[in-house]
Design a protein around this ligand. Structure first.
Ligand SMILES: Cc1ncc(COP(=O)(O)O)c(C=O)c1O
Length: 364
């Protein structure tokens, strides 16, 4: 038997007790644990696009003959395409392996041991994850009862040690946006502010044009949700002048695969198709919300994203999540007291809403 204890003493001490990111359950892991076949599992737990990606992406990937060649490390063509879509100069863009990887890159650029990162919790857990890995200190500001942010508290949390402020809008897992005026006030602190717009296409609200005006504003976007490319991993960030060069220098080489590059190109050639699917999700979000509201066991929160957060009013959210899982319906449960006993439900197709609502009625 190899003794692993000896090598563990070399691990950076602050990572010994580190709790990683708890990712959503994959149906593959449920074989034998649920009452339905894996193939009929309904996945409403990871905010994925139920309509998949553009058919143009599938066709182009099937036809590609150069997967043996590395992608362009400088992302020249990719950045030009993204620039056109986002309406910003190409040199201010950096693309990555999902917007997660850009969050990580930004933290690595700005945050060292004991530097502070202001985080408005509950929110997307990767901000904590990357900050802690870099040895930074999180300054957590609790959101209000309706999950809005009190900007006075955020501004009061800024200290000479603050290196970044993270703002997800719409926020994951609560679905609410941050009013533009509040974001502008937070930008006025002068500290680098990361506005994470992973769900922008579903909210229609963006700070992107303001990147031309403020030299401490970073906007992040993703192709995982609106373009249905979660499995191919592409996201991008728009940075203040002079900052993207540093990120390009510290990123891992070839951080966007050839397949992902092709997928972006084809998605951006099929924006109308994808926006129609986004519209379908937005329409279904309204129906799902109305149906959830009719249940006495749940309190859904209004959402501008492709998911709805619900407080469980009777019994435990964890138990409800597990009972739905047994019936083959996956939703997301977070073991976080700030989330007040809730589950997050991704918006699916109309038939997914029907199946979920039927299951919830059966469980009531
Ligand atoms: C707020 C937020 N930001 C970023 C991401 C990461 O997206 P990806 O890495 O798939 O681009 C997610 C994914 O769930 C998210 O909810």
């Amino acid at each position: 038997m190899v003794d692993s204890e000896g090598i563990k003493k070399y691990i950076r001490p602050h990572l010994m007790g580190f709790s990683g990111y708890s990712a959503s359950t994959s149906p593959d892991t449920l074989e034998g644990k649920i009452d339905v076949p894996i193939a009929s599992v309904i996945k409403m737990n990871a905010n994925e696009n139920p309509y998949g990606c553009s058919p143009k992406v599938l066709k182009a990937l099937a036809q590609c003959k150069h997967f043996n060649i590395y992608p362009d490390d400088g992302q020249q063509e990719l950045r030009k395409l993204l620039a056109k879509y986002a309406g910003v100069p190409a040199e201010r863009i950096v693309a990555g392996h999902g917007s997660n990887s850009l969050i990580d890159l930004i933290v690595r650029l700005f945050v060292g041991p004991d530097d502070e990162v202001v985080n408005c919790v509950p929110t997307f857990d990767i901000y904590r994850f990357s900050t802690e890995i870099c040895g930074g200190a999180l300054v957590n500001i609790n959101r209000e009862a309706d999950f809005s942010i009190d900007i006075k508290k955020v501004k009061a949390a800024v200290s000479p040690k603050t290196r970044l402020i993270f703002l997800a809008t719409p926020n994951n897992p609560t679905g609410n946006i941050i009013p533009r005026q509040d974001i502008l006030e937070i930008i006025s602190t002068g500290v680098p502010v990361v506005v994470d717009e992973a769900y922008y296409e579903f909210s229609g609200e963006t700070m992107m044009p303001a990147t031309a005006q403020y030299n401490n504003l970073i906007v992040l976007r993703s192709f995982s949700k609106w373009a249905g490319l979660a499995g191919l991993r592409v996201g991008y960030g728009v940075f203040p002048p002079g900052i993207s060069e540093y990120l390009m220098a510290i990123k891992i080489p070839h951080n966007v695969s050839v397949a992902a590059e092709i997928a972006v190109k084809e998605s951006l050639a099929d924006v109308k198709y994808l926006h129609d699917k986004v519209e379908a999700v937005i329409k279904e979000r309204a129906r799902l919300y109305d149906e959830l509201k009719k249940l006495t066991c749940l309190k859904p929160y209004p959402s501008r994203a492709n998911f709805i957060y619900c407080q469980v009013l009777q019994g435990s959210a964890n138990e409800l999540y597990q009972k739905l899982q047994r019936k083959g319906i996956l939703v997301r449960y977070f073991d976080n007291p700030l989330l007040n006993n809730g589950i997050r439900i991704s918006v699916g197709k109309p038939e997914h809403t029907d199946a979920l609502i039927k299951a919830l009625h059966e469980l009531e």
